[in-house]
Design a binder for this molecule. Structure first.
Ligand code: SAH
Length: 455
């Protein structure tokens, strides 16, 4: 992965003094997972550019993690070598530690001065939100130019990849520039690691000093920097100026999403299944709940979207799980509208909020694939109850809850569909409410549990 910082402040080569790295001498240093290199692709009095190149060894990264992933080569072929991430932040600190403190032996007055800088990050992850980089750096006074890389330049119709080519320019102190990059690069990458501890709060507060407290995205920055660990977030929050304005802790009642996942998990547990398919697994919310249950010895998560599978891998921290857990879980890409022999031989399958994402006229393909061909012993299906939408004040009548929902069914429609499928494919079906039911409108979510009948 690569980062360059340029300046045109004359004499531009003074950048070498500020960074304590001689433009004439390339510098190489070791990192826990590879090597870093500092060198100057250009060094003239008019313009000087320093490059920090980090070579991450993906094999070293995945050592002891064999068997992980949705594809056999995933531990070896992934974005870690080129996508800007916390490895780049660590390398920044390693290479430019003194500059980050704002000290410069030779040019102390220059270190204290705001200078024109331009930063280029050729591959910055932007998985969920392509506008985030602009918001994060824009608020700090940077002019942000970015464009997404195509997924594959050979196939423009495949669209954009979740990586940006990003250029930042601003007149800032070098110390501040480095602190912004140090904190915000891992925030944009948002990869979860298994181990984060209190030391991270300290780093965040130290490098966030003077700018983080008032940043409109402070909450997001803190959350992502601390790897979504609530306890750490709360501890960090106590250091911010508006600590008193802190929202009261959320009530302990489960939200609908949690209730749904718990209901599905319960149905799967009581089906006696040990091997389970999570079909349309999305970001892995159900799998995260199934993984700790010893009853489930074989789990397969399938989704049509490679992008959500990347999130699922991260959310499940698959790369950091001990081998015994990892070997139980496979994530794979596939579509429920095509017969897939990999889905055969499982005890149970879950389709959580998935059927409504297919065109109603194509639903029969899923029925054949799941009930006709994969034929698990039990199938748990959930879908919104359309009648309940009247309870959501923000939903005008006739609207679905999610823009990607192709249809939403009333209880009668869902039950009619489920009974027809059951009788066609030799299953028995029962129905359960999920979430707090309205007397008249029924529950927000409806669930059907199918059990294959002895043939
Ligand atoms: N079950 C998950 C995700 C629900 S969203 C949860 O409850 O959190 C619906 C998911 O179905 C999306 O991730 C979408 O990518 C996936 N999906 C839609 N059509 C699909 C198809 N034909 N085959 C497989 N997955 C599909």
């Amino acid at each position: 992965m690569l980062l360059t910082i340029s300046t045109i402040h004359p004499p531009a080569t003074d950048l070498g003094y500020l960074l304590h790295k001689n433009p004439a001498r390339p510098f190489t240093f070791d990192l826990p997972v590879g090597q870093g290199h500092v060198f100057y692709p250009e060094a003239t009095p008019e313009r000087c550019t320093v490059a920090l190149l980090v070579e991450v060894d993906p094999v070293a990264l995945s050592r002891g993690r064999q068997g992980a992933g949705s594809m056999p080569l995933e531990p070896y072929v992934n974005d870690r070598p080129y996508a800007a991430s916390s490895f780049l932040s660590s390398a920044l600190r390693e290479a430019f530690g003194t500059a980050m403190t704002g000290r410069s032996k030779e040019r102390p007055e220059l270190a204290a001065q705001e200078l024109p800088f331009e930063v280029h990050l050729p591959a910055l992850p932007s998985r969920s939100d392509s506008d985030l980089a602009r918001r994060l750096f824009g608020h700090l006074g940077y002019t942000v130019t970015s464009h997404p890389h195509p997924l594959d330049p050979q196939f423009p119709e495949w669209g954009e990849s979740p990586y940006l080519d990003l250029t930042l320019s601003a007149t800032v102190r070098l110390k501040d520039l480095l602190a912004h990059l140090y904190v915000l690069i891992p925030v944009l990458d948002d990869t979860k690691h298994y181990y984060v501890d209190e030391a991270e709060i300290d780093k965040l507060l130290r490098h966030g000093e003077g700018w983080l407290d008032g940043h409109p995205e402070r909450e997001l920055i803190t959350r992502r920097y601390l790897k979504h660990r609530r306890a750490l977030q709360r501890a960090a929050q106590a250091h911010f100026s508006d600590e008193d304005a802190l929202e009261p802790p959320r009530p302990v009642t489960l939200n609908l999403n949690d209730q749904r996942l718990e209901a599905v998990k319960g149905a799967l547990l009581s089906s006696g299944a040990s091997s389970v398919l999570d079909l349309g697994c999305g970001e892995g919310n159900l799998l995260a709940r199934l993984l700790p249950e010893r009853q489930f010895t074989r789990l397969l998560g399938l989704d049509v979207s490679p992008r959500v599978l990347v999130r699922a891998r991260e959310n499940l921290r698959l790369d950091d799980l001990p081998g015994s857990y990892r070997d139980r879980l496979t994530l794979t890409q596939g579509s429920l509208t095509y017969r897939d022999t990999r889905l055969r031989g499982y005890d149970a399958a879950a389709l959580v909020e998935v059927i409504e994402h297919l065109d109603e006229t194509r639903l029969w393909t899923l029925e054949r694939v799941v009930f006709g061909d994969a034929r698990p012993g039990s199938v748990v299906v959930t879908t919104p109850n359309e009648e309940f939408n009247a309870r959501w004040a923000s939903l005008p009548a006739g609207d679905t809850r999610h823009e990607d929902h192709r249809f939403e069914w009333t209880r009668a429609q869902f039950q009619e569909w489920a009974r027809r499928v059951a009788s066609e494919f030799g299953y028995a079906v029962t129905f359960t409410d999920v979430g707090e039911a309205d007397e008249r409108l029924g529950p927000p979510t409806q669930m059907a549990v199918f059990r294959r009948e002895a043939s």
